[in-house]
Design a protein around this ligand. Structure first.
Ligand code: FAD
Length: 389
């Protein structure tokens, strides 16, 4: 069984039966449950909260997390394909799943105590609890090492002070994985629970991008976090960066889904739209744009597959994840612009999905390491010379 859609080189021949089945089921679910409601949520700036239990039922929350704590235990290629299918619909939906899986379930699995894993992972994979990941601050985005949020040791725990910005899922989260510096200047991870005194997560309004995703500030005013909520098994920036490697991997697959969506819409539109008595698809300039999209998307799919295989074989370098994130988000961004152009005036209309994808990708281009920061990570890797630190 193969899915209809863009697969010019037959890359899906390399997927296992399980991977193809999950992709197929995800596509059907997205078309039945998310596609019909996404435009309205986008216009209203709301997240389809009622779908969370169904996401869990479909196994989207922690697909590649260890099965002994409720995760799917599936391959990283499977996780990538799910991200691709979700982002074919909307980057905000994929962001929800990325945060829950890669930025909340992952750090608890990788850095948490046995007690933390038993307490939180089954709730997070079943959608009973929602999580968010607090790293970015107003003055420290690309340079999280400068973070000001701090954790002071007191009897039985820590007092956290500071604030975080641009936090996906913040206002709907039951727990936040928060990165803060202890008095010795070392970054540590904490599980902050929503009802802890002094903690609030106000919604950030007025976003023109990822409108079907919740984005929030996190504010800590002397929040007491008990010792048992400190993630014991990691210290320093490698903690949050390790989580970002997981999420960036999913973004690399996901954004190719958005690119596929706008390519497919453009191909259809160009065959239907008549100008000068012919479909616009008959003009060489339009064909050139469609072929550019086909070409770059196909390369992006190949990169995604190889990076996925490396991740499954445990040979993946984090710099390879920079390559997939950097390339595939850029491809999606360029495809959205071309699709907007091919759709003419209709390209700016909410009747078509193009502008929504285009606006979404602007956030994805910046979050999880900006395009330029990934350029510098790769530049460092190939020259051995760091240009930032
Ligand atoms: P800056 O770091 O100020 O960058 C501005 C520009 O300067 C960029 O072009 C950048 O590439 C460039 N620049 C910076 N330093 C250098 C340099 N050394 N050399 C060359 N160019 C440089 N964060 C979280 O912690 N959790 C989340 O869940 C989360 N969700 C988000 C959701 C949305 C919708 C958005 C928009 C952001 C989210 N973020 C989240 C924050 C995101 O990760 C940051 O916005 C991102 O890291 C960039 O930081 P900044 O916005 O402060 O930009």
């Amino acid at each position: 069984m193969k899915l209809k859609g863009l697969d010019y080189l037959g890359i899906s021949d390399h997927f296992s039966d399980e991977e193809i089945m999950v992709q197929h089921n995800t596509r059907q679910f997205v078309e039945k449950e998310i596609m019909p409601v996404i435009e309205q949520h986008y216009r209203e700036g709301t997240f389809p909260h009622d779908l969370i239990p169904k996401f869990a039922e479909m196994g989207f929350l922690g697909i590649n997390a260890p099965s002994e704590y409720g995760g799917g235990g599936m391959s990283n290629v499977t996780y990538g394909l799910v991200c691709q299918e979700l982002e074919r619909c909307d980057s905000g939906i994929r962001s929800f799943v990325s945060v829950q899986g890669s930025l909340v379930i992952y750090p608890i699995s990788a850095y948490g105590s046995e007690e933390q894993k038993l307490k939180w992972l089954p709730k997070l994979t079943s959608g009973e609890s929602i999580g968010c990941f607090g790293l970015t601050e107003a003055d420290y985005g690309s340079n999280p090492a400068g973070m000001q949020t701090n954790a002071k040791k007191v009897e039985g725990g820590y007092l956290i002070n500071g604030s975080k910005m641009w936090i996906t899922n913040g206002s709907i989260a039951d727990i936040a994985i928060v990165w803060a510096k202890t008095e010795d200047g070392i970054v540590r991870g904490f599980i902050v629970e929503k009802d802890m005194k002094g903690f609030s997560a106000p919604l950030m309004k007025n976003k023109w991008s990822l409108r079907a995703s919740v984005t929030s500030e996190l504010v800590f005013d002397n929040v007491f976090v008990p010792d048992q909520n400190l993630l014991p098994n990691v210290q320093g920036l490698k903690g949050p960066l390790g989580c970002l490697t997981q999420a960036r991997y999913g973004i690399g697959w996901g954004t190719i889904g958005a690119a596929m969506a706008v390519y497919e819409a453009s191909l259809k539109y160009s065959k239907e739209r008549i100008q000068f008595d012919k479909p616009i698809a008959s003009y060489q300039l339009v064909q050139q744009k469609l072929v550019w999209m086909l070409n770059e998307i196909t390369k992006g799919q190949m990169i995604a597959l190889q990076v996925g295989k490396n991740k499954d074989n445990q040979t993946l370098k984090f710099q390879q994840v920079s390559l997939i994130k950097r390339n595939n988000v850029w491809v999606a961004r360029e495809c959205c612009k071309l699709a907007r152009d091919i759709h003419g005036g209709n390209g700016v209309s909410g009747e078509y999905p193009i502008m929504r994808h285009l606006m979404n990708i602007e956030s994805v281009f910046t979050y999880e390491g900006t395009h330029d920061m990934h350029t510098l990570i790769l530049g460092n890797d190939i020259t051995g010379i760091p240009s930032f630190e």
